[in-house]
Write a protein that binds this ligand. Sequence first.
Ligand code: NAP
Length: 240
Amino acid sequence: MADTKIALVTGANKGIGKEIARQLGELGMTVLVGARDERRGRDAAAELAAGKIDARPVQLDVTDAESVAAAAKLVERDHGRLDVLVNNAGVLREWFDKPATPEDFQDMFATNVTGVVTVTRAMLPLLRKASASRVVNVSSEIGSLALLSDPNSDQSAVPFYAYSASKAALNVVTVMFANELRGEGIKVNAICPGYCATDMNDHQGVRTPAQGAAVAVRMATGPDDGPTGQFRNEAGPLPW
Ligand code: NAP
């Protein structure tokens, strides 16, 4: 069906990414389930397909340029365009009692920042072929300088130097892409899903991954006169 929208979600084999894929699929989109591990991607796509979603696995490690290029080639071959890209894959390699090492910093930046730029650049020719494409970057409130610098905020009590720095950098990248693509009608926004129970935080989050996914889905399906270059959670715009 020519009208069926094609959506790619990175890191969609579990957690918030899988729920974003599920919700986009429930809206009738064909969802490409990005996963760095082929088997995990196949299993997640099969689970979604069992719920009557047109879900297809795509091997995609955001830190591996060859894997990203191969994924773009596959999307081009099978679909010829991309309507929605959700840059969801992310890593957190520090905790309250475990500060990030220099290697952890590199890992987090490679996935949470450089990976997003690599994937977005690789998919841009396909996004340009869709009529109203949307890019959503899954960021975090603890990447907000405004919230981190408010001593009364909850965010200022979280000492995740590398993760927060990587999400602040992702916010910069979001604005840069939004500026670059504004004239082409491609909207690029960052979202925060809230504190969701996933493997990333040992399931300590207070929201479900499905609740976290909803704002990403809303921005992935926003109208032509909707925002670009914004940072939002489900309640509305967040301060940078
Ligand atoms: P999660 O359950 O740990 O899922 C992370 C996903 O990213 C997994 O599918 C993982 O794949 C994938 N991934 C990691 N490195 C990758 C790489 N190099 N290439 C491709 N995929 C990769 O965590 P989550 O909580 O759902 O996190 C999803 C996003 O939400 C992240 O960007 C995170 O920073 C953000 N976020 C989460 C929360 C929260 O409270 N959970 C709050 C704010 C923002 P594997 O299964 O192969 O590891």
